[in-house]
Design a protein around this ligand. Structure first.
Ligand code: ATP
Ligand code: MG
Length: 329
C-alpha cells in the first residue's frame, strides 16, 4: 500500500486555493492510502519566528484540516515538533548532503534574493529537513506542487546516496503523488494568476459570509463584451474558473451564454459566485469554529497523532542509527 506524506507550514489561514488544490484531494486520498499529514512548525521557523503567534497558527491549521474532513481515526495528523525524531534524522542525513547541492536549489536562491539579510542555515538545510520528514515514514508518495518538485528530487538523491553508501536497501525513492485531472488551480480575484497567502488575495475558509461577498464584489472585471463570443479578459476568466470549482454546471452554462450574447451583468455574475462560494465555505467555517473551541478534542488529536507517527519514526531512526554505526553498549 502507498504511504503518503504531506506537510503544511503554519503561516496563516487556508484559502480556497489550498482547499481545492490540495486539502479536498487529501480528504479523498486518506481512504486509499496510509496517509500522514503534519503541521510543519519547524519549517515555519526558517521564515517566521514569532513565538506569540506560532501556537495559534498551528491550532488554526489543525482545526481547518479537521473541519475540511481529515479524519484522525483514519489518517495520522500530527505536529512536526511533537515528533523530534525528525531533528535527529535530519542531522544524520545532513552528514551526506553537500552544501553545493543545497545552495543550488531554486527555492534557496529565491529566498536569498528576496531576503538577503536573513540567509539562515535553516533555509539552506530546508531540503534536508524535508527529506527527513518524508523518509521518517519511508513514504512512497508525496503530493507536491511545482515549487516543491526539486526538493522531492533531492529527497530521492539523499535516499539513493544513503542506500549506496551503506550498502542497504532501506529508504524508498519517494515519488510525487499525482492527482491528475483532479488538480485545479484557483486564480486570484485581483486579475492575477494564483490565489495565495503571499499574494494577499485569498478567500479564506474562515471568512464570514459578509467578508466573502465583499471580496467577490471587488473582483476585477472589464467594461463588458461588445461583440458576440469575444474572448474573456483575465479578470473575467478567473471568475469563471472559480465558478467551475463551486457552481453547478447549469449556473456556469447560464452565465457563459449571457457572456456570449453580450447580455451579461457582472454584478449578477459576482453575486452568484459569492453565494456559491459561501455554500462551500460556510459549513467548513462553522466546523472550524466548533473544533477550534474544543481544546480537549484538539489535545487528544495531537497526542494520538504524535503517538501514531512515532510508531514508524522510532523504527526508522533506530534502524538508521544501527546502519550508521551508532550502537548501544
Ligand atoms: P505561500 O504563498 O506561502 O506559498 P500558498 O497560498 O501558495 O502559500 P502553500 O502553503 O504554498 O499555499 O500551498 C499549500 C498547498 O495548496 C499546496 O499543495 C499548493 O499546491 C496548494 N495551493 C496553493 N495555492 C493554490 C491555488 N491557488 N490553487 C490550487 N492549489 C493551490
Ligand atoms: Mg505556495
Amino acid at each position: 500500500m502507498d504511504i503518503v506524506l504531506s506537510g503544511i507550514r503554519p503561516t496563516g489561514q487556508l484559502h480556497l486555493g489550498n482547499y481545492f488544490g490540495a486539502l479536498r484531494n487529501f480528504v479523498r486520498m486518506q481512504y486509499d492510502a496510509k496517509c500522514y499529514f503534519f503541521i510543519a512548525d519547524y519549517h515555519a521557523m526558517t521564515t517566521h519566528t514569532d513565538p506569540a503567534h506560532l501556537h495559534d497558527h498551528v491550532k488554526t491549521i489543525l482545526s481547518e484540516y479537521l473541519a475540511a474532513g481529515i479524519n484522525p481515526d483514519i489518517a495520522t495528523i500530527y505536529v512536526q515538533s511533537d515528533v523530534p525524531q525528525v531533528a535527529e534524522l535530519s542531522l544524520l542525513l545532513s552528514m551526506h548532503a553537500y552544501v553545493g547541492e543545497l545552495e543550488r536549489t531554486a527555492s534557496f536562491k529565491d529566498k536569498v534574493r528576496k531576503n538577503p539579510n536573513n540567509v539562515n542555515a535553516g533555509l539552506l538545510t530546508y531540503p534536508v529537513l524535508m527529506a527527513a520528514d518524508i523518509l521518517l515514514h519511508r513514504a512512497t508518495h508525496v503530493p507536491v506542487g511545482k515549487d516543491q518538485e526539486q526538493h522531492l528530487e533531492l529527497t530521492r538523491v539523499f535516499a539513493r546516496r544513503f542506500n549506496n553508501m551503506y550498502g542497504v536497501d532501506f529508504f524508498p525513492e519517494s515519488q510525487p503523488y499525482n492527482f491528475g485531472a483532479d488538480l485545479v488551480k484557483i486564480p486570484g480575484l485581483d486579475g492575477t494568476g494564483k490565489m495565495g497567502k503571499s499574494e494577499n488575495n485569498g478567500i479564506f475558509l474562515a471568512d464570514s459570509d459578509e467578508v466573502i461577498r465583499k471580496k467577490v464584489m471587488r473582483a476585477v472585471t472589464d467594461t463588458g463584451p461588445t461583440e458576440p463570443n469575444s474572448p474573456l479578459s483575465d479578470g473575467v476568466a478567473n471568475i469563471f474558473t472559480i465558478m467551475e470549482a463551486v457552481s453547478s454546471p447549469d449556473t456556469i452554462a447560464y452565465f457563459r451564454e449571457k457572456y456570449a450574447t453580450c447580455e451579461i451583468r457582472y454584478g449578477d455574475l459576482k453575486k452568484q459566485l459569492a453565494e456559491d462560494i459561501i455554500k462551500v465555505v460556510a459549513p467548513i467555517r462553522e466546523r472550524i469554529e466548533a473544533i477550534r473551541n474544543d481544546e480537549s478534542y484538539l489535545r487528544r488529536v495531537v497526542r494520538d497523532g504524535a503517538e501514531k507517527a512515532r510508531e514508524s519514526t522510532d523504527r526508522t531512526v533506530s534502524e538508521v542509527r544501527r546502519i550508521m554505526g551508532i550502537r548501544p553498549f
